[in-house]
Ligand binder design. Structure first.
Ligand SMILES: [Zn+2]
Length: 456
């Protein structure tokens, strides 16, 4: 089956050009002006639209048990929400059991995703404890196509200490892998939470107060200091504060290779949400927490200046009614995280491109190209060129909409962006040559596959 998309404007970090695209099977086979049409070829008119490479979410928890409860989405529903709005590949956080092996975790995640995911997928393998066996498994993961790893400096059930972080970094360095770390000072957060609870401060408004900006900046500084000793280029996931971004700028000025991810919630929401009545602040409990307007401004400036490399979502959703409520009398027990995989493209396009802050080229870099490059998916993903996967988003820059829990595909009873007016949306979405979504509706499901990654 061969398709020619005509009249659209193809966008990459290098610029935009009006080009026709020929798709044959799963691949892009030809780009050019005025491509001829053979008998039986389908022609798609994309006049007036941008053509983006399939967007990639480099940070999701589509299906996870956090120790108390399961995310409201799973791979089936979460990936449908992703693809319908233009995200054709997800890199999910695979999280092993304590005492379990990375290989067992990989098998578990493949069972959850294979045959169910409507988006292509791979994982960042989490390293939540350190021992000789785990050290030996890291090179094995790379051989199995999982080239990136995740570690934590906060959460007692997930974090390792600095020595373990350093040891893991050396092994990851030796195999050419990439590490991303959740940077917050877990010890001090524990103490602050205990102090607050002891003083009877139990509501969601205490969540941001017990995770202040400095505790992210300190952890980022410590992480980068350790990474420098290990000579490892590293990624910081969901960076949220002005102070942490300053630490990164300083490290870069000293010559260190550092990548920064942020998320739409840190660009568009702020900590006033935690003061909402009727426990509604719990909807916004995620870690790091939402910050102040000054942090938002610093992050947007970082995006404009190139200091922020990628925007992913940290999608990790729990229903308000029967799950967030678990923390009604103790904010530290509120399941952390919020839905996001569906709305990222429209949110960042609206607040970034339509608002005149960033160009469509920068949008493609932040939501696709840089993620593909950083995580060993490029040039199979992340760019529209001959021989790349035909993951294509035909984007209508003029379409408008309103984000609402009533109409979202994410399997969650709320959205943190309720009522947000959007400009620009995915008109058609192709995954490896197959049209999988049209006008925000999924038309073909469960076609996603594990994308084997190789370190180049
Ligand atoms: Zn996460």
């Amino acid at each position: 089956m061969s398709i020619v998309i005509k009249g659209g404007t193809v966008v990459s970090s290098h610029g935009r050009r009006q080009l026709d695209i020929r798709i044959n099977g799963e691949k892009i086979t030809e780009l050019g002006n005025g491509l001829s049409i053979a008998d039986g070829e389908e022609v798609v008119d994309a006049t007036g639209c941008f053509i983006f490479p399939g967007l990639i979410d480099g940070h999701t928890h589509l299906e996870l048990n956090n120790g108390m409860t399961d995310t409201s989405d799973d791979f089936t529903t979460g990936s449908i929400a992703a693809v319908a709005k233009g995200t054709t590949t997800v890199i999910d956080m695979a999280t092993p059991e304590h005492g379990g092996t990375l290989d067992e975790c990989l098998i578990t995640w493949n069972k959850m995703a294979e045959g169910k995911s409507s988006a292509d997928f791979n994982y960042h393998m989490s390293v939540i404890e350190w021992n000789e066996n785990i050290a030996k498994e890291i090179p094995k993961m790379v051989k199995k196509g999982v080239t990136t790893f995740k570690m934590y400096m906060a959460y007692d059930n997930l974090r390792t200490n600095d020595a373990e972080l350093y040891e893991a970094m050396k092994i990851i360095k030796s195999v050419g892998g990439m590490l991303g770390v959740h940077c917050e000072n877990g010890d001090v957060i524990n103490q602050l939470q205990a102090e607050y609870l002891k003083a009877g401060k139990t509501g969601p408004e205490n969540h941001p107060l017990t995770r202040p900006n400095q505790l992210e900046a300190e952890a980022v500084n410590r992480y980068l200091t350790i990474a420098k000793q290990a000579n490892l280029a590293v990624n910081i996931v969901h960076l949220s504060t002005k102070e942490a971004l300053e630490v990164v700028k300083h490290a870069r000025a000293e010559g260190q290779e550092v990548y920064v991810e942020t998320c739409p919630q840190y660009l568009l929401l702020d900590d006033e949400a935690y003061g909402l009545p009727n426990f509604e602040g719990a909807k916004y409990v995620c870690s790091p927490p939402l910050r102040k307007k000054a942090d938002q401004e610093a992050l947007w400036q970082g995006i404009i200046d190139g200091e922020v490399n990628t925007i992913s979502t940290d999608h990790c959703d729990f229903n308000f009614k029967d799950q967030k409520i678990i923390g009604k009398d103790d904010f530290t027990k509120i399941p952390g995280g919020m839905p996001g995989v569906e709305s990222r493209p429209e949110l960042v396009y609206t607040a970034g491109v339509a608002a005149g802050k960033i160009t469509p080229e920068r949008f493609v870099e932040l939501l696709s190209e840089n993620i593909a490059k950083q995580f060993d998916l490029y040039p199979q993903k992340g760019i529209i060129q001959v021989d790349s996967d035909a993951d294509i988003v035909i984007w209508d820059p003029e379409a408008t909409g309103v984000i609402s829990a009533k109409t979202q595909l994410q399997h969650c009873d709320y959205t943190p962006f309720e009522g947000f007016q959007t400009k620009g949306k995915a008109r058609s979405v192709y995954l490896r040559g197959n049209k999988v979504a049209e006008n925000g509706e999924i038309i073909s499901t469960k076609q996603g596959k594990f994308i084997f990654r190789k370190i180049t």
